[in-house]
Unconditional design. Sequence first.
Length: 149
Amino acid sequence: MITRAASDGRESGGERIVPAASTIKIFVASAFWRSKLDPAERVEMPAVPWSLADKRAGPLTLGDRALLALAVSVDDERVVDALAVAKDSLLPYLLPGRDLRVKTGELDSGYHEVALVDKSLAVAVCSSPPALPSEVAAVAAGVAGRSLQ
């Protein structure tokens, strides 16, 4: 089942709780940027072969790591800008010409897509059991299209 919410407040399946998967990174990064941690602090981390961070030379800063977490309530421009580089969503193909900031999340138990459309509408579609990414993106595009008309 895919959770749907209409612009008039109606929803379907909203009472179900599903794990956040990688979409939780939006809130973690937002909390980091509001914290007193120094984003310029360099940190050594163990190598992970699939990590984008490991492809860069030298130790990364805490700020680098916060933004990289978003690449593969959001009001900090650094967080919003980092979401613009994510390329794992089909939503840009369904809403061409729109300013999209997207984060997807996937677990065995669900597939989610959270998007900021034209910096004015937040859309979150969560599925459990996992729907296909194309189905989740289609629902998100439908909600965004109806709400921005």
